[in-house]
Design a protein around this ligand. Structure first.
Ligand SMILES: Cc1cc2nc3c(=O)[nH]c(=O)nc-3n(C[C@H](O)[C@H](O)[C@H](O)COP(=O)(O)O)c2cc1C
Length: 187
């Protein structure tokens, strides 16, 4: 009996190095795996806009978020190669246009590298607080640029909201690599 207790105790308190070896560290995911995983996170579809030399610039963007309530602030992540990012740097302002469910055409249009005059041809927009506001949105905001933060191959623009307008209605959603008109029931 005494032997059995001692055996169990020895087994319970055996040194850690006797434990089965830990699994080898996971291989860090590459961009394709990362993209596939993040495609499962539904995002609203925005067009981030700015002005450059009196002309509008804009890019379709999903990496957009509210940042702060007090003060009211937004953030938008823009690729280092984005021409819209250059416009934001120059004008120190950016617009966030949250696309309506039926405006997949605008999402396609602003995701291209077409010349800005082609990109904006036929698009209804107005300037508000120094940034382009597009027609065809459920909400649109105008932000002053506060800071640009490094974020890998993207740059994170943050800034206080200077103006906003809410039209309401269902938004356009990007999920699984495709656009989906939401049917949430307009608010
Ligand atoms: C659904 C979707 C979401 C995107 N999200 C972003 C984003 O958050 N940030 C970004 O820089 N580009 C994003 N892009 C890519 C830009 O829209 C694309 O690079 C565009 O051509 C940039 O235009 P510009 O160089 O005129 O600024 C996204 C594209 C799609 C289709």
């Amino acid at each position: 009996m005494g032997f059995e207790v001692a055996r169990r105790a020895a087994s319970y308190f055996r040194p850690l190095q006797d434990e089965p070896t830990n699994p080898p560290p996971a291989t860090p995911p590459g961009p394709a795996d990362f993209r596939a995983a993040m495609s499962l996170l539904p995002t609203g579809v925005c067009v981030v806009t700015s002005m450059v030399g009196g002309e509008p610039a804009g890019a379709t963007a999903g990496a957009v978020s509210s940042l702060s309530l007090d003060p009211v602030m937004m953030l938008a992540c823009l690729d280092r190669g984005s021409r819209t990012l250059e416009a934001v740097r120059g004008s120190r302002a950016f617009g966030v246009n949250v696309l309506a469910a039926d405006r997949e055409d605008l999402a396609h249009r602003f995701s291209t590298k077409e010349h800005p005059t082609v990109k904006w041809d036929g698009v209804e927009w107005c300037e508000r607080s120094g940034v382009p506001w597009i027609e065809g949105t459920v909400a649109r905001l105008a932000c002053e640029l506060h800071e640009l933060h490094e974020g890998g191959d993207h740059v994170i623009a943050t800034g206080p909201v200077r103006a906003l307008e809410v039209a309401g209605g269902d938004p356009l959603v990007f999920w699984g690599g495709r656009y989906h008109p939401a049917h949430f029931g307009a608010r």
